[in-house]
Each structure stands twice: as structure tokens, then as C-alpha cells.
Design a protein around this ligand. Structure first.
Ligand SMILES: *Cc1c(COP(=O)(O)O)cnc(C)c1O
Length: 429
């Protein structure tokens, strides 16, 4: 991603967006634990409120600790600007709020985080934002799902839970032809493994709660603006192209150009809906970002070792990990995530539902819980937890049938992860 004069990825993880604190010299980014900021004078206050000048007003809208997080993730993804949010789901809400009007439609693929499927099917319906589902593994279904009312296409780069790697460039072509932006949830890959903007994505969203924070201690989300999309064409995105009543008729795209989308999410969505991140959580996520490269490398190495071992195990029927040479997604993984296919994957037990319940009950070091992207190894049996409200048929379609276990491999010594899985599998038969 670097031209000769831009720092390389590992350097950006540590330095992008941060300088020593101008008043104290503090080298680490301070936690600006304050709700509000004193104005220089009345004119300064007026220019901040009128968007004639950028500056801190109130932590819901902007805060210096959040700003470091935002600049850093924008640099890592190769975007123009970013907005940090309270959670990944909060970030998704603000993206849709900027682009959708009541009665509009969007296309999403079925290979998504279960929480996103719920958000789209139920809560977004209440805003009259209507989803048309497609299949990420068959691009013709995406093309067919597009209608004149479609305002965006939503995919994940590596899809939770089955580790499906999605053809971002192929789907970007469909989005371009339809004149709509491609939104990519890059949570499982992180920009260390995949930078979707380089493959034609227009907007990136992350749950920072997972690998970017990386330590299982803070909720966060972020929106990254690629700066590439023409929001003014045909007036299809009125929030961005039309005069904005709450800013004296300002037109956001005309005024802010390549950062207009990120600005709209901040000065309208965040202002009015309010899912802001706390300065403390922003600080903890910045800490995580500083070791992102080291952690993702080790996450992927450990995952290959564990997936290989499970693949040979007599009680394991199948392993779905795009990093394995024979996997059906391995070719796309080599194209989009050449440094590794991430650390989340599923496998199936010959013993079915009963065996799955026993394995999650019998692990000792590995934690049985509903999260991914922690330094600790995590396991879940989706059909008895996250997917239990679905019929068996729906569970299988979602890659979460009764025999399926999902692992998020941590940073422990891989032989200790295997030892724990070995005893848990032995006790399940
Ligand atoms: C966890 C997750 C989300 C939701 O993020 P929160 O921070 O939990 O709101 C969205 N997408 C993916 C892929 C996730 O793993």
C-alpha cells in the first residue's frame, strides 16, 4: 500500500494520527476523559457549530483520543477519514442512516455475522430500510437482487462464522454498474490481512471489539470513508448532495468532497442518534492497534496449526478454514488475504449436537463464550446458543448446523490449545 514516502503498515499501526501531547509532552495518547471543550471566544464557537472550522465541541461529536483512533484506522485502511462509534452495530446504523431513505432497499449477502442479519431483518425494517438477500458465493444472485431502489451493497471480507472469503473486486464491479457504494465489514480480516478499498470498496466498517482492540475488553466500532464515491450523481443520496436544513443549507458533498461521507455520519448520524465511543475505550483500542501486525501474524500461524490438527482428528467430520490448501475458499483467500485467512473457523463433529455440547462443557483453558478476536482462544456451539432460535434447516443454511463448533484461536502456545481440544474431544465420545 505504501508509495515511497508513506510509512509502512507496521509503522502506521504505531504512529498514524498521534503526536506527543502538545501541552504535557505525554508520549502515549492521553485519555481525554472530558465531555466538553472550552471555546476560544464567541466567533470560534460560532464557526465550530456552523462547520466552517473543525474542532472539539462535545465528546459525542469529537474528542482528541477518538481522533487518534480515527486517523490511525483511516491510514491502515487507505481511506480519507473515519468515525469511531460505540460498537460495530452502532457504526452500521450510522452508515445506513446517511444513505437510506424510508422505502429504500439494499442488498446484503447471507454470509454475515448473525447480529447483522438480525439488525437488517428486524430493526432496519422499522425504518423501512428493506434488505434483499443474496449469496456471496454466487455473484449472479447479487446482480439479480439489485433494484432501482437499491442504495448500497453490504458484505463481509472474511465472513463469520464459516470463514467464507468473499470476491470483493467482483462484487465491487456489480456495485459500480448499479451506481451504489460497496460497504465491506472488514472485522474478521482487519486491514493487516485485507484492505478492501484496494479492491473497490467504498466504505469500510469494523467491530473494533474484535481483533483490532484484540484483548476482549472494550466495545467499539468504526466507519472508514474511501473518498471514492460520487454522492451527487442523480441526487440519489440526498443527505449528502442536497442542502442540509440543520446546517443553513450547506451541501455536504459539495463542501467536503472526499470526506463528505465520514462528515455526514458524524455531524448528522452521530449528532442525532448518539452511539459515541468513550475516550477510555478509544484508548484501549489504540493500545490494541499498536500490536495489530504481531497479533494477526500469530493468530494466523496458530490457526493453521490447530486447523491442520483438527483436520486429521478421527472424531472431526470436516474443517472449514480458508487457510487450508484444499478448502473451497482457499483460492479467494490467496487473492484477498495472502498473509493468512484469519483466526475464526468452524468444524463439524461426527457425534453431532450431543458431542458439540460436551466439547464446550469440557474445555478448560479455552473459554465458552459469544465473542471472537481475543488474545484468548474462544469456542462456541452455535446451534445451542447464537443460532438456537433458528430451525435446523436455517441453522444448516447459516453454516451453524447441530454438529458445528466455532473457534476463535488466540495467542497461547498452539500445543496448549491442541491439548485442551484433545481432552475435550476425548471426553465427548
Ligand atoms: C461483532 C461483529 C459485529 C458487531 O460488532 P459489535 O462491536 O459487537 O457491535 C459486526 N460484524 C462482525 C463481523 C462482527 O464480528
Amino acid at each position: 500500500m505504501s508509495s515511497d514516502d508513506t510509512p509502512h503498515f507496521d509503522t502506521l499501526c504505531i504512529h498514524a494520527g498521534a503526536q506527543p501531547d502538545p501541552t504535557t509532552g505525554a508520549r502515549a495518547t492521553p485519555i481525554y476523559q472530558t465531555t466538553s471543550f472550552v471555546f476560544d471566544d464567541v466567533d470560534h464557537a460560532a464557526s465550530l457549530f456552523g462547520l466552517q472550522a473543525f474542532g472539539n465541541i462535545y465528546t459525542r461529536i469529537m474528542n482528541p483520543t477518538q481522533a487518534v483512533l480515527e486517523e490511525r484506522i483511516a491510514a491502515l485502511e487507505g481511506g480519507t477519514a473515519a468515525l469511531a462509534c460505540a460498537s460495530g452495530h452502532g457504526a452500521q446504523l450510522l452508515i445506513f442512516h446517511a444513505l437510506m431513505e424510508p422505502g429504500d432497499e439494499f442488498v446484503a449477502v447471507g454470509q454475515l455475522y448473525g447480529g447483522s442479519i438480525n439488525q437488517f431483518n428486524h430493526s432496519f425494517k422499522k425504518f423501512d430500510w428493506n434488505v434483499n438477500w443474496a449469496d456471496a458465493t454466487d455473484l449472479s444472485t447479487i446482480e439479480k437482487a439489485v433494484t432501482p431502489k437499491t442504495k448500497l451493497i453490504f458484505i463481509e471480507s472474511i465472513a463469520n462464522p464459516g470463514g467464507v472469503v468473499v470476491d470483493i473486486a467482483g462484487i465491487s464491479k456489480i456495485a459500480r454498474a448499479a451506481g451504489v457504494p460497496l460497504v465491506v465489514d472488514n472485522t474478521l480480516a482487519t486491514p493487516y490481512l485485507c484492505r478492501p478499498i484496494e479492491h473497490g470498496a467504498d466504505i469500510i466498517v469494523h467491530s473494533l471489539t474484535k481483533f483490532i482492540g484484540g484483548h476482549g475488553n472494550s466495545m467499539g466500532g468504526v466507519i472508514v470513508d474511501a473518498g471514492t464515491f460520487n454522492w451527487s450523481r442523480e441526487g440519489r443520496y440526498p443527505t449528502l448532495s442536497e442542502p442540509c436544513e440543520s446546517y443553513h443549507g450547506l451541501k455536504l458533498h459539495e463542501t467536503f468532497g472526499p470526506i463528505a461521507f465520514a462528515i455526514a455520519c458524524r455531524v448528522l448520524g452521530m449528532r442525532d442518534l448518539g452511539p459515541c465511543i468513550s475516550p477510555m475505550n478509544a484508548f484501549l483500542i489504540i493500545q490494541g492497534m499498536e500490536t495489530l501486525s504481531l497479533r494477526m501474524k500469530k493468530h494466523c500461524e496458530n490457526t493453521m496449526v490447530v486447523a491442520d490438527w483438527l483436520n486429521e482428528h478421527k472424531d472431526v467430520a470436516w474443517v472449514s478454514y480458508a487457510g487450508l490448501p484444499g478448502d473451497r475458499h482457499n483460492k479467494l483467500a490467496q487473492k484477498y488475504c495472502p498473509q493468512g485467512a484469519g483466526a475464526v473457523f468452524t468444524f463439524g463433529l461426527r457425534g453431532g449436537y450431543e458431542a458439540g455440547v460436551k466439547v464446550v462443557s469440557n474445555v478448560e483453558m479455552i473459554s465458552h463464550l459469544a465473542n471472537i478476536g481475543d488474545v484468548r482462544t474462544l469456542i462456541i456451539h452455535p446451534s445451542s446458543t447464537t443460532h438456537r432460535q433458528l430451525s435446523e434447516h436455517q441453522q444448516i443454511a447459516a453454516g451453524a448446523g447441530p454438529d458445528v463448533l466455532r473457534l476463535s484461536i488466540g495467542l497461547e502456545d498452539p500445543s496448549d490449545i491442541i491439548k485442551d481440544l484433545e481432552q475435550a474431544l476425548a471426553s465427548a465420545v
